[in-house]
Design a protein. Structure first.
Length: 197
């Protein structure tokens, strides 16, 4: 059973191995966050993307989801760079991006650690209230930032439940109640309207 970060489909096909994947649609989740951010902007506005590790399937899918949302809203992705999933790297990268693209209206971060780094860069650059930040993962610190109005949205992929989903599905397969196949788990948009403690 492959949980959360999907194995490379080409590698699996070349080896003839069949391993069911249990996890979220990261692209769809990022698209919803991007859509929430886009709803606060207008066509032609510039946005920045903080990517995860570029070889990570999750990171690739989240970047694509942000791109989908930007394209649908007519936004311009002025820059897209990896911050390696790390808050401190994201702060440095976002600061440089904001300096190079002062017209940017939002930063879309592929995880919440990078969203917090982006928020630090927005604040240190004197752009608080001018640049919207969106993240992915629904960690506690970002929930607090959403409540405070500092981050607009994140996606909750129910990371604390992914192993449970995978184990329950594996048991169903072992009991003959399910055939081995990929199974998508929920991803929910979190904003000030539905954020919890």
């Amino acid at each position: 059973m492959n949980i959360d970060n999907k194995l490379d489909a080409d590698v699996l096909a070349s080896t003839g191995v069949r391993i069911p994947f249990v996890g979220p649609d990261n692209r769809a989740g990022a698209r919803t966050v991007g859509g929430a951010v886009a709803a606060k902007l207008k066509a032609g506005d510039a946005v920045l993307v903080l990517e995860g590790i570029r070889t990570s399937f999750n990171g690739q899918q989240r970047r694509l989801g942000f791109e989908d949302a930007a394209k649908a809203a007519g936004l311009v992705i002025a820059d897209s760079q990896s911050a390696q999933w790390e808050m401190n790297i994201a702060s440095q990268v976002a600061s440089a991006m904001l300096a190079s693209h002062p017209q940017a209206k939002a930063i879309l971060a592929a995880n919440d650690n990078m969203a917090l780094g982006a928020l630090a860069a927005v604040r240190s650059g004197g752009k608080a209230g001018q640049v919207i930040v969106g993240g992915f993962d629904n960690i506690q610190a970002v929930r607090q930032a959403i409540k405070a109005g500092d981050i607009l949205a994140t996606a909750d992929q129910h990371g604390d439940q992914l192993a449970v989903f995978g184990i329950e599905y594996a048991l169903q397969i072992l009991d003959g109640k399910s055939e081995p196949a990929d199974r998508e788990t929920p991803v929910d948009l979190i904003t000030a309207e539905n954020v919890k403690e």
